[in-house]
Design a protein around this ligand. Structure first.
Ligand code: RIB
Ligand code: CA
Length: 320
């Protein structure tokens, strides 16, 4: 079965790896890339999305630019020490030929989903302002998407930008709250799963060999990202966070999940924290079950996911 997907992203080194999968996997029909600020400014995110599609020989894939800032809170500067100031490890990049779609990311999402009701999966791997804006434009979108898969949040793992918050949730907790409680079929692929996965230098060597010009960009940016993991987290390799969302979509048996109700903390020291109340469990007040039930990943077969990513990208090069 082929999944028609829209991929919402802030590329970003690990975003770039995931985009490469979205562009080449035979079971995915990539309908477009929508961009947001996050790892970089939104203009840089759009540039990188256009470039990655071009390098994969897929300049036909539309790219629509979206959110430049959070809905409510003040924006933090982009994490150049993790992804590089250009989002791709500060390596020299080729010229981009194409241009973005004139529509906003939110309008593009609404148009694309409504053109194929019940078919489209939204995969979002950055701050969630574009999905929140799309819901604002057309609240009935919740009934017409097939499903929503989000890389973000943390149930038991703790945070990566604060002790309790994962980056995509922290960057725009108000948008995250709207999107995660909107009542559409949703799976959260958070740090509980992505921190189990490490993409090693051996994996990346295979990916570089399999992806032509795109492989050179993936490998160069990986080297920068790996330095961050080594220096700050004492890990030799890096967590392929955003690719895990696609791994969940195509290889769900590699993940352990649970149903439950999410609350996103929007203010205070815990902003961006995702609170998960397991379905069917009675807590002291009914309010913990007031949001629609979603699926959350609580664990993953890390080596299995990492090998899957490398196998996909090593085995499928850009079209001749
Ligand atoms: O916490 C991981 C997420 O934050 C990923 O989407 C990564 O690209 C960063 O933005
Ligand atoms: Ca991302």
């Amino acid at each position: 079965m082929r999944h028609p997907i829209l991929f919402d992203t802030d590329p970003g080194v690990d975003d770039a790896q995931a985009i490469a999968i979205a562009l080449c996997h035979p079971e995915l029909e990539l309908l477009g890339l929508t961009t947001t600020y996050g790892n970089v400014d939104v203009e840089v995110a759009t540039h990188n999305a256009l470039l990655l599609a071009q390098l994969a020989g897929r300049a036909d894939v539309p790219v629509a630019q979206g959110a430049a800032a959070p809905l409510v809170k003040t924006r933090h500067p982009p994490p150049a020490h993790i992804h590089g100031a250009n989002g791709l490890g500060d390596i020299a990049l080729p010229e981009v030929q194409g241009k973005a779609d004139p529509r906003s990311a939110a309008q593009f999402i609404v148009d694309t989903v409504n053109a194929r009701p019940g078919e489209v999966t939204l995969v979002a791997v950055g701050p969630l302002g574009n999905l929140a804006a799309a819901l604002q434009l057309d609240p009935s979108l919740t009934e017409r998407v097939k499903q929503v898969v989000i890389m973000g949040g943390s149930i038991r793992e703790g945070g990566n930008v604060t002790p309790v918050a994962e980056a995509n949730m922290f960057n725009d907790p108000h948008a995250a709250s709207r999107v995660l409680t909107a009542g559409w079929p949703l799976t959260l692929v958070g740090l509980d799963a992505t921190h189990r996965c490490v993409l090693t230098a051996e994996h990346m060597a295979r990916i570089a060999a399999g992806q032509g010009d795109l492989g050179q960009v993936l490998a160069g940016s990986y080297a920068f990202y790996r330095d961050f993991y080594r220096e700050f987290l004492d890990i030799d390799g890096c967590c392929p966070h955003d690719s895990c969302a696609l791994a969940w979509l195509l290889r769900p048996e590699l993940f352990t999940t649970a149903r439950g109700h999410l609350t996103v903390v929007t203010e205070g020291d815990a902003e961006g924290q995702t609170l998960f109340a397991p379905a069917g469990r009675a807590f002291i007040e009914p309010r913990w079950a007031r949001t629609p039930a979603i699926t959350a990943c609580l664990n993953a077969d890390g080596p299995g996911v990492s090998d899957w990513i490398a196998d996909v990208l090593a085995g499928a090069g850009p079209p001749a």
